[in-house]
Design a protein around this ligand. Structure first.
Ligand code: PEP
Ligand code: MN
Length: 258
């Protein structure tokens, strides 16, 4: 398997705008759940930039559980992200949900995100595999580590070596967190593969009061970086309003990261 340490001994480093994901340091990705407007995204970009961070996230296509919930701004969201990239010099990552989005989104994005719900959308995996744009692949809601690795293999097998794995919690019987953060997946993935591994503490826990501790645990377990959501006005957010950090909460979270 192309993902395996047997096939490649050295760690894969995915370079994005001068940031080396999977390299010796930690590279984190923060930003709102969804791009809601230019202003909302720009406020986050300015705050991240001030902290010296280099990558912003924000969903343009939002695969929501209910069809009546906010579905994202689509192409308009991609155009906002392009403008943010130009004005703030930040790299941008956003989820794409269909093979047709690859060509459309490529000029706007530095990293394609494949969401948990699409981890086994094999035509989408093959389509991003045929590009050379870095791909952050999230673990499926109920995917085993083995299934997660096979999904990564689909991308690698098409010729794109720039794959970043992201543990984002799995579904269990436990209801006190949104999903169960599988910390053991981090060292398992690091041992089995040469690919960078990130941990999303927002969608895994859904609980702001434990995100900092979970991020520390993830980094201690060997994660190459943390993903988390931050919004200028979480109470008014169009998606995930309960779990996005305010700027004040984010400040506390970020300064406590190792
Ligand atoms: C996201 O990161 O915006 C998201 C929807 O996460 P997941 O696919 O992990 O649910
Ligand atoms: Mn979200």
């Amino acid at each position: 398997m192309l993902y395996s340490r047997e096939s490649k001994r050295s760690d894969t480093i995915v370079e994005v705008n001068g940031h080396e994901i999977g390299g010796p340091g930690t590279v984190n990705i923060f930003g709102p759940c969804a791009v809601e407007s230019y202003r909302q995204t720009a406020e986050v970009a300015a705050m991240l930039k001030e902290k010296g961070l280099g990558i912003i996230r924000g969903g343009a296509y939002k695969p929501r559980t209910s069809p009546y919930d906010f579905q994202g701004l689509g192409e308009e969201g991609l155009r906002i992200l392009s403008r943010i990239r130009e004005e703030y010099g930040l790299a941008v990552i956003s989820e794409i949900t269909a093979p047709g989005h690859v060509e459309l989104a490529r000029p706007h994005l530095d990293i394609f995100q494949i969401g948990a719900r699409n981890m086994q959308n094999f035509e989408l995996l093959k389509a991003v595999g045929r590009s050379q744009t870095p791909v952050l692949l999230k673990r499926g809601l109920s995917a085993t580590v083995e299934e997660f690795l096979y999904a990564a293999e689909y991308i690698l097998a098409e010729g794109n070596p720039r794959v970043i794995l992201c543990e984002r919690g799995i579904r269990t019987y436990e209801k006190s967190t949104r999903n169960t953060l599988d910390i053991s997946a981090v060292p398992l993935l690091k041992q089995a593969t040469h690919l960078p591994v990130m941990v999303d503490v927002t969608h895994s826990t859904g609980r702001k009061e434990i995100m900092a501790e979970c991020a520390k645990a993830a980094l201690a377990a060997g994660a190459d970086g943390i993903m988390a959501e931050v919004h200028p006005e979480p109470d008014a957010a169009l998606s995930d309003s309960k779990q996005q950090m305010s700027f004040t909460e984010f400040e506390d979270f970020y300064t406590n990261l190792p």
